[in-house]
Design a protein around this ligand. Structure first.
Ligand code: N01
Length: 531
């Protein structure tokens, strides 16, 4: 590819990148998307492990920018499985004629801001690009975390990572399989793999909370009701803290009687999935209230799992919800199967990976397939893995080494004309991602249009506003229980990463803030800085 010049280069062809392309192109900008994979979909392309499914209802986890699209598309289930979401994204790409401006199999190697020419010089695996603006639509959970297990490179069986699953279906029939990790990805895949495999060994470091999804076919009456008032439905959802329907409860767990609580928790356990945490308003604010919900779930684990020792090992001890809550279909039930064995890594740590399996607690496990369900370098990893250099050659990785600072999750000081979609400091992973990214795409597009209309060339955030904003992000989190455990929300799953809480909690105040910033001509950002 010879040097290409354009107004905007978008990195990543997932939900964000596709909408950015459509929006910016409609506003008259020249724009292209580069995508490392050979097809679009982002998260929903890479995470195709067995059982992969969204845990936000389909009628909410979808674009709202086009009324005809949201009326026409029919979801088959309450919670969509990965293949259907990928099919939806492919439909969107065809419907809005997006493919002609997406370069697949194109990895961004470096992006450098040329201060004299006020543009980004981007090196990709397929050639060089110059763009006035660069937008990182790289996703919050897209840089897989592969722990440095001794001997991992020696393993000669089938090595898989849930976040980088092969496109050809993997069949575990007759195989002995090991899976390391018990987060959402593992919790979704274990029941499906257990059905196929001869034997499945689950290596658990921290027991996790999971709520049954009670997934099923789309209820036609519910679908019709939502579609009869889709814009109002979206608006109502956006008015609660997480931007998700069903989380608007105002009563307090600590003020309810035992019987009321039991009934409500039972109802939410049976019906609400992720919305279990919406049963009471104080569950994520008050340790005492949180413990009431946590012990309810532990009770359920003990009811479901037949072997009391296994049930005890599967009972989480930390505050519920401070690690991302999981939603499953038959997770705890899978441990009642004769072909599933749970291994506690706290008493049997992994000594090493061998050519045909692993040794943990001095016991040897020979396995045909080894699955790493070990998560992601979340929120920042996709960007810090690219060599991004801003003013005076400052590297983003270096600037973020003591903590990722961003103004509103949209802009970063020293990195002019670089925008991030759902970046650190925005609700992102603590909200319904699709409306959150639509909000960002629209904000960024309007900002670039405003610059064009007002003869501005360069925009950037300042160090002062982003520091102040990230302090506020953490002050808000301090009023909740979110910081009370190790999680990828606060970087504690990656050893070398700064331990800092990154998402902003609260969709309505955040939406109000970024709207106000735009209305006041992008207050807090500076334009056309000369040094
Ligand atoms: O990753 P995770 P994930 N040795 O980080 C363990 C979204 N998602 O891919 O807790 C041994 O949650 C680690 O143990 P510990 C969702 O937001 C959504 O499962 O650190 N174990 C943990 O058990 C989710 O939260 C959906 O002690 C090691 C596991 O690996 C996010 O993606 C579906 C280890 C990692 O869990 C990430 O989920 C799937 C080591 N060295 C994912 N390192 C839905 O929409 C890590 N672990 C439903």
């Amino acid at each position: 590819m010879s040097l290409r010049k354009m107004d905007v280069l978008v990195v990543g062809a997932g939900f964000s990148g596709l909408y950015l392309l459509h929006k910016l192109r409609s506003s008259g900008f020249s724009v292209a998307v580069v995508e490392k994979a050979d097809q679009l979909g982002g998260t929903w392309h890479w995470n195709r492990y067995p059982g992969a499914r969204c845990d936000i209802p389909s009628l909410q986890y979808s674009y709202q920018f086009d009324e005809e699209l949201q009326q026409d598309w029919k979801w088959s289930e309450k919670y969509s499985a990965q293949p259907e979401i990928l099919e939806y994204l492919n439909h969107v790409a065809d419907r809005f004629d997006l493919r002609r401006d997406i370069e697949f199999n194109t990895e961004v190697i470096s992006a450098t801001f040329n201060e004299e020419r006020c543009l980004w010089e981007i090196k990709t695996s397929k050639g060089d690009v110059e763009a006035k603006f660069c937008i990182m639509a790289t996703g919050c959970l897209s840089a897989p975390n592969t722990p440095d297990f001794e001997g991992l490179n020696d393993y000669e069986g089938q090595l898989l990572h849930t976040g980088k699953w092969p496109q050809t279906p993997v069949d575990f029939t007759g195989e002995t399989v090991a899976i390391i990790g018990t987060g959402s990805s593992s919790i979704q895949s274990i029941p499906v793999i257990a059905e196929q495999a001869k034997h499945l060994y689950v290596f658990q470091r921290t027991a996790n909370y999971s709520i049954p999804s009670n997934n099923g076919p789309m209820d036609p009456d519910e679908e019709a009701l939502v579609k009869s008032r889709y814009p109002e439905f979206r608006k109502e959802n956006w008015e609660n803290g997480f931007g998700i329907a069903g989380l608007e409860e105002e009563s307090l767990a600590t003020e309810a009687s035992d019987q009321e609580r039991q009934e409500k928790f039972n109802h939410h356990w049976e019906k609400e999935g992720l919305g279990f945490l919406g049963a009471y308003a104080d569950l994520m604010l008050d340790r005492e209230a949180n413990e009431l919900a946590a012990s309810f779930v532990r009770g359920k684990v003990k009811e479901i799992v037949n072997d009391p020792e296994v049930a005890e090992l599967l009972s989480p001890k930390f505050t519920i919800g401070c690690k991302r809550l999981c939603v499953d279909t038959g997770y705890f039930e899978a441990f009642n199967r004769d072909n599933v064995t749970l291994i506690d890594l706290n008493t049997n740590p992994i000594d090493k990976i061998t050519d045909d399996g692993l040794i943990a607690g001095q016991e040897e496990y020979q396995v045909d397939s080894l699955i790493l369900a070990t998560g992601f370098d979340a929120m920042t990893g996709a960007m810090t893995r690219i060599d991004i250099k801003g003013r005076k050659g400052i590297s983003l990785k270096e600037q973020w080494k003591d903590g990722a600072k961003s103004y509103l999750g949209l802009g970063i000081s020293n990195f002019p004309n670089l925008f991030t979609v759902t970046g650190p400091g925005s609700p992102s992973v603590l909200s319904n991602m699709v409306p959150s990214l639509e909000l960002h795409v629209e904000w960024i597009s309007q900002c670039i249009e405003w610059m064009r209309d007002n003869n501005k060339t360069v925009i950037e955030s300042t160090k002062a506003v982003e520091e102040e904003w990230m302090i506020f992000v953490n002050e808000v989190a301090d009023q909740t229980v979110y910081k009370s455990c190790n999680s990828w929300y606060n970087g504690s799953n990656i050893e070398e990463k700064a331990k800092e809480f990154l998402p902003f909690i609260g969709v309505p105040p955040y939406t109000e803030k970024i709207t106000e910033v735009a209305e006041q001509n992008y207050q807090g950002f500076v334009f056309d800085k000369t040094n």
